[in-house]
Design a protein around this ligand. Structure first.
Ligand code: 13P
Length: 248
């Protein structure tokens, strides 16, 4: 796959103003590795300042609402997030699917709202450990992908992230052969869901990626990058992942 690698840091509910220096340091490393696309998705409270501090570096969000505006206390529309300075957003992360009970249909509506507001979208899919043990991982993930898949999807604005729930924050990583099987299944499913462009939609792997395992994971066929949680919080940890992508 000739896709440029895409390395995205998901800061989740981490980061105060003092951590803006980490984003600036990460942006500087990204600037030295221009053959890789790099982004950080900090909490919304840091988006505007992070984007202003590091012009040209991609800042994303971690969610948006599907409605344009209205009576949704505490929520943020895609347009608000765009206006704050983000140019893309993660959607349907397993933590939101579990904690906020987000359905596939809601994720699809959010992706369409994001696109309408000019935001790129990274749609997350992934199986639980029970589903993998039951031999249902590929079916579950392809089902989530189909249900969450936005109308009008295009590789210019849509990215998929495969994140096995049991690998997130646990230090456990699937076998390379399992990652290869899943990413091939996702690629195949994209071919069914899209008239064209399925080959160039980037499919990221996420779940305990770090500087020690990134090179191996990024060498797996159809792995076009990584969605990184804990190891994206500092330049010291995230830099080696960006460099591994640059060398791949
Ligand atoms: P960790 O890299 O901390 O396992 O988190 C992965 C993740 O959930 C990124 O969205």
């Amino acid at each position: 796959m000739a896709n440029r690698k895409y390395i995205v840091g998901n800061w989740k509910m981490n980061g105060l103003r003092t951590e803006l220096t980490d984003i600036a340091d990460i942006a500087a490393i990204a600037g030295q590795n221009k053959q890789v696309d790099v982004a950080i998705c900090p909490p919304v409270t840091l988006i505007t300042q992070a984007a202003a501090n590091s012009p040209g570096f991609t800042i994303g969000a971690q969610d948006c609402h599907y409605a344009k505006n209205g009576a949704h206390t505490g929520c943020l529309s895609a347009t608000m997030i765009r206006e704050a300075g983000a140019i893309m957003t993660i959607l349907g992360h397993s933590e939101r699917r579990a904690d906020q009970h987000e359905s596939d249909a809601e994720v699809k509506a959010k992706a369409e709202a994001a696109h309408a507001a000019g935001l790129g979208a990274i749609i997350c899919v992934g199986e639980t450990e029970e589903e993998r043990d039951a031999g249902k991982a590929v079916d579950v993930v392809c089902g989530q992908l189909e249900g969450s898949f936005p109308d009008g999807a295009d590789p210019h604005w849509l990215t998929i992230a495969y994140e096995p729930v049991w690998a997130i924050g646990t230090g456990r990583v699937p076998e390379a052969s399992d990652v290869e099987e899943m990413h091939a299944a996702i690629r195949h499913k994209l071919g069914k869901l899209m008239d064209e462009g399925a080959d160039t939609v980037r499919i990221l792997y996420g779940g305990s990626m770090n500087g020690g395992n990134a090179a191996e994971l990024l060498a797996v066929p159809n792995v076009d990058g990584g969605l990184v949680g804990g190891a994206s919080l500092t330049a010291e940890k995230f830099g080696p992942i960006i460099e591994a992508a640059a060398a791949s």
